[in-house]
Design a protein. Structure first.
Lengths: 159, 283
């Protein structure tokens, strides 16, 4: 099968490549661009570890072929904050021990970023519902919910 | 790379999409991919060619035609969920959309893709059946419409032919004194429902029920219209009396998630709760 030319803006940088149709966006990010913060676990859209922003909305990078994202803007965890600075969500994960083993964390941070942009002061119930699409197999959701509450405080209730 | 190898085209017109689909007997339509791509990852599907509809002109729209709403097949579920016209004119659809997977799924998933996929536990097939909607399809022979009652033919199976493409979903707009409700029982929020009830009722001038629509999902090989319950509601039965008839004609399977008997029990429970809430809203 022939390859397809794609141009995708990833974290503000335009990337051009030639990819097989079956290459998922997650594999493209990790293997072609060395952006390995986007994690892969289930690879069929259940766990949320590969959550990225596509044209400003969270999406599963494992349920999107790179060819489908041609012309799109993609933001990964690497692009969420400038350089090595920790953003408020990352600081909150550190402060509240939200990381645990850390494998699911990138997906959670992307989901939380969108959640707090849309609803800067969520209730605990809204936080729990908002995290429903991300799985943590350490099963330590309490610490992750506390990290979101801390992030709300660090962000001063604003976006 | 987990999916099997396939070729890919992204046509920009429906005519080109029909031609591409007809060019290979193993071709398949790709909409949002949120059901198809997992099937590819498991290699349960191995199409030779995917015809991506995302770049086809004119498939992403919500059109208000007075008493009907026409929603383009490639309208993203998340966009539809936020559309104030749909919230106002078809609240059952918007409430059902909120229970489709998770936001990360709905940002890619489409209205048409979900209906064409015809998962027996899917919310959107349930909405189309409950409201007596129809779908618009285009094929080599031209355009036609398929009524909801004929559309769903079995497990992941519809009356849409292999060489046809679903282009729009048409639903009746809700009138005054209409109430709606979606009640699901699932292991976790966002999971497919063990059983779900999607319901809309209309109240007449005298205060009696003049319209009753109820579809059940997760209890058959396709979404099921609960005609006995609807007739009872039109005959003046209470939600509890009517919901007791919900298991009529159902023979759900047993699996690791729930037994057949439990699903039948849930058919009554979800129907009662949905009818009760819908009546409360129909003021």
């Amino acid at each position: 099968m022939s390859d397809h030319a794609v141009t995708i803006t990833v974290n503000g940088v335009e990337r051009t490549d030639s990819v097989p149709a079956r290459l998922t966006l997650a594999d493209f990010l990790r293997e072609r661009l060395d952006l390995t913060a986007t994690h892969l676990a289930c690879e069929h859209g259940v766990c949320g570890a590969c959550t990225v922003l596509v044209d400003g909305e969270t999406a599963r990078a494992c349920l999107l072929f790179t060819v489908q994202a041609d012309g799109s803007e993609v933001t990964t965890l690497e692009g969420l904050t400038a350089g090595d600075e920790l953003g408020p969500i990352e600081q909150a994960f550190w402060a509240k021990h939200g990381m645990q083993c850390g494998f699911c964390t990138p997906g959670f941070v992307m989901t939380i970023s969108e959640l707090l942009d849309e609803n800067p002061t969520p209730t605990r119930e809204e936080i729990i519902e908002g995290l429903g699409g991300n799985l943590c197999r350490c099963t330590g959701y309490v610490k992750i919910v506390e990290a979101v509450e801390e992030a709300v405080t660090l962000r001063g209730g604003g976006p | 790379m987990k999916p099997p190898d396939f070729d890919y085209v992204a046509p920009t017109s429906i005519a080109d999409a029909i031609t591409a689909l007809g060019s290979d007997s193993e071709a398949k339509v790709l909409a949002g991919g949120q059901s198809l791509i997992p099937l590819l990852a498991f290699r349960l599907a191995s199409p030779a060619l995917l015809v991506d509809l995302a770049r086809v002109d004119g498939l992403d729209h919500v059109t208000d035609e007075g008493d009907r709403l026409v929603i383009g097949a490639m309208t993203r579920q998340r966009g539809a969920e936020r559309d104030p016209r749909l919230a106002d004119r078809c609240p059952l659809l918007v409430e059902a959309l909120r229970q489709v997977g998770h936001p990360q799924i709905r940002s890619r998933g489409t209205i048409g893709g979900s209906v064409a996929h015809a998962d027996p536990a899917g919310e959107l097939p349930g909405v189309v059946l409950a409201l007596g909607g129809r779908v618009h399809v285009t094929g080599p022979a031209g355009e036609r419409t398929i009524e909801a009652e004929e559309l769903f033919q079995g497990f992941l199976s519809t009356a849409i032919a292999d060489d046809e493409i679903l282009t729009a979903v048409e639903l009746p707009a809700s009138g005054p004194r209409t109430g709606w409700s979606v009640v699901e029982i699932s292991r976790r929020p966002g999971d497919y429902a063990l059983c779900g009830a999607l319901c809309q009722v209309e109240i007449g001038d005298s205060g009696s029920v003049v319209g009753a629509h109820l579809a059940l999902i997760g209890v058959g090989d396709r979404p099921m219209r609960a005609t006995a319950v609807e007739a009872a509601m039109l005959g003046g039965a209470s939600p509890t009396e009517a919901a007791a008839l919900a298991p009529e004609g159902l023979s759900p399977g047993s699996d690791v998630h729930a037994s057949s008997d439990y699903r039948l029990h849930l058919a009554t429970v979800t129907s009662r709760r949905a009818l009760t809430q819908a009546l409360e809203r129909a003021v």
